[in-house]
Design a protein around this ligand. Structure first.
Ligand code: ATP
Ligand code: ZN
Length: 297
């Protein structure tokens, strides 16, 4: 019987949401005491809990077939492989997951001499992402020295060990505290489901497909709403047009009222108060918006 291994971050910014997404997709695990390997009970997919930085290597080595990791970490590894001319072994993203959003930014001292990437020729850039930084510089024809730091990157300019930095930024508070300002975006990142590059046997590929379909369903259901209301029969077309991302609605008789109907629809886009107010203006009443737990198109 084929079993797949899926790696997620053990603890950190991606850990909770990665596990929650898998659980919402119907995966249940027997948690082991050492908390490194969890046996998959509902699908033959086992969990490996590791440091996020290890996930690309585990996928490339074929130790795991699937992994949830930030685009920043996956692309850093892919850029390294591409530079070593191993393009055929890059990591393959299957699906963006919509959490763990962050941006890798070029930043330099506030009101300093570096105003754009073109001012970086011959300068030193501190970063934990040397490959993405080199790729970014190369694409712009800039020659600079990349200084690898594995932490406290943002203090490098004030310590005099770099002229600029490339670092992950979410709010910008850390940058401001160190008197740095953003010059340019190097990479926009979110967590993704990644797979090993080599093709697997048919049963394993089918299992990956099952997981993908379920995760896509969970992602869709997160936004989707089931909307019910009463509406004037004469206004059906207007009202349907006001529903965000709705397919053809279901229309039901209202006992004893020939002019009004009950209308049910699944809205696949977010439903806001503004939508409900416009529906009411168009003559709808008794409007209910219900969450959708699962969806299989
Ligand atoms: P580990 O011990 O697993 O190596 P870590 O310290 O490298 O953990 P975290 O800080 O938990 O990692 O971040 C994991 C991922 O979360 C990052 O690689 C990135 O994709 C994403 N992320 C989202 N927002 C941020 C942010 N504001 N700063 C850093 N990373 C972020
Ligand atoms: Zn890490």
């Amino acid at each position: 019987m084929t079993r797949l291994k899926l790696a997620i971050q053990k603890s950190g910014r991606l850990a909770e949401e990665s596990l929650a997404l898998l659980e919402r997709s119907g995966l249940k695990f027997a948690k082991s005491k050492d908390k490194l390997f969890w046996f998959g009970e509902t699908l033959p997919i086992d969990l490996l809990l590791v440091r996020d930085d290890d996930i690309p290597r585990l996928l490339l080595a074929g130790v795991c077939q699937l992994g949830v990791v930030g685009g920043n970490v996956a692309e850093e590894k892919a850029a390294e492989k591409a530079r070593q001319n191993e393009t055929e072994t890059t990591l393959e993203p299957l699906l963006p997951l919509g959490f763990g959003r962050c941006r890798l930014m070029l930043a330099a001292p506030e009101k300093g001499a570096i105003r754009s990437v073109n001012d970086l020729d011959g300068k030193r850039i501190a970063t934990s992402y040397p490959e993405l930084t080199l790729r970014y510089l190369k694409a712009r024809g800039v020659q600079a020295d990349v200084v690898l730091l594995n932490g406290a990157v943002e203090i490098a300019p004030s310590m005099g060990s770099a002229d600029a930095i490339v670092d992950l930024v979410s709010t910008g508070t850390t940058l401001r505290a160190n008197h740095l300002e953003v010059i340019d975006e190097v990479l926009a990142s979110e967590a993704g489901l990644y797979r090993c590059p080599n093709p697997l046997e048919a049963e394993a590929e089918a299992l990956i497909q099952t997981l993908l379909t379920r995760i896509e369903g969970v992602k869709q259901a997160a936004e989707a709403k089931y909307v019910m209301m009463h509406a004037p029969r004469a206004k059906l077309a207007d009202i349907t047009a006001l529903l965000p991302g709705a397919e053809t609605p279901t229309v039901l008789e209202l006992e004893g009222d020939p002019h009004r109907v009950a209308l049910h629809a699944v809205c696949t886009e977010q439903v806001f108060w503004e939508h409900l107010e416009r529906l009411k203006e168009a003559g709808a009443s008794a409007i209910l918006v219900l969450p959708v737990e699962k969806m299989l198109a």
